[in-house]
Design a protein around this ligand. Structure first.
Ligand SMILES: [Ca+2]
Length: 294
């Protein structure tokens, strides 16, 4: 049986990147404690029957598994680790970068050709790892807060408006400044690819009725992405390729509740559109669907 919780008290009103949260966090546990925890589905609308049946692997255990499976299947399987909230962890005196570099180094994977992509939302974290000699392919993630269904744009409410290292250093730019030619040129200095949120490539927009209200296209009483139509794609993939950056868009999911109305509930239609537009890869929570669509 899985054990939900440690002996330490739950943290209340705990700030993470400017957002107040409550709960237990990875840094509240030793590795031995983490190894007693079971994994649970964080999405209540997804199957729950596997809750507690699996433990949390270390990065080294994942690498060992990937190496074994790559050999068994005769194809190269890559890993895609992320420095998550890197400024936050540095503030706690638990910086992530050196540990990640040494984990990659220790298995002989510190090369551009190695099956490793390192991702982060914070440019400073990627820059630091590059400066410290990490040679694997690196990916700048590009976020936003929400869809602006009236304009077809993206909203930039904190904490998803800019990388937290920019926020801390007083850099006024937003994530959207990363997709301009100047922004891409800057990313090219320290990274090999970009990982943009999907609407940076295919914007989505709602429809307005005569009174100027957003139409509830699927009639479920709510206005969300399911009532939005896909718009003319941007030039981001082309612009990034011209700069020598590959493009891996996030996040693709099967459920209709995540799909714009234009895809008519078929996740394969969304993948196909992005593949046709020339995306180099996708972040998917359902990779079997992604592979089938490709
Ligand atoms: Ca609706």
């Amino acid at each position: 049986m899985w054990r939900a919780i440690p002996n330490s008290p739950k943290r209340e009103n705990w700030p993470i990147d400017g957002e107040i949260q409550s709960g237990w966090f990875a840094h509240d546990f030793t590795l031995a404690e983490i190894k007693t925890l079971g994994v649970v589905a964080t999405d209540p609308e997804r199957p729950q029957q596997y809750n507690g049946k699996f433990r949390i692997p270390t990065l080294r255990e994942i690498i060992d598994l990937v190496k074994a499976e790559s050999g068994r299947l005769g194809r190269s399987i890559a890993i895609y680790p992320e420095t998550k909230n890197p400024t936050y962890h540095r503030d706690l005196a638990l910086p992530l970068e050196d540990k990640l570099i040494s984990a990659i180094d220790s298995v002989g994977w510190n090369s551009e050709a190695a099956p490793v992509f390192v991702q982060s939302f914070e440019p400073g974290s990627l820059r630091e790892m590059r400066a410290k000699g990490l040679k694997v392919r690196m990916v700048q993630l590009i976020d936003g807060d929400d869809y602006d269904l009236r304009t077809g744009g993206i909203t930039y409410a904190p904490p998803f408006h800019r990388p937290y290292d920019w926020e801390r250093s007083g850099d006024p730019r937003l994530f959207r400044d990363m997709v301009t030619p100047a922004g891409l040129a800057e990313i090219k200095i320290y990274a090999d690819g970009i990982g943009p949120w999907k609407p940076y490539i295919v914007p989505v927009k709602g429809q307005l009725d005569d009174a100027g209200n957003l139409k509830d296209l699927n009639g479920d009483g709510k206005i969300d992405v399911r009532d939005a139509s896909t718009q003319q794609p941007t030039t981001l993939i082309h612009d990034a390729h011209k700069m020598g950056l590959f493009v891996h868009a996030f996040t693709f999911r099967n459920e209709g509740r995540y799909l714009a109305h234009s895809y008519l509930g078929d996740p394969r239609a969304e993948y196909r559109q992005f593949f046709r537009l020339g995306v180099d890869g996708v972040f998917s929570e359902f990779p079997d669907t992604a592979v089938a669509a490709r």
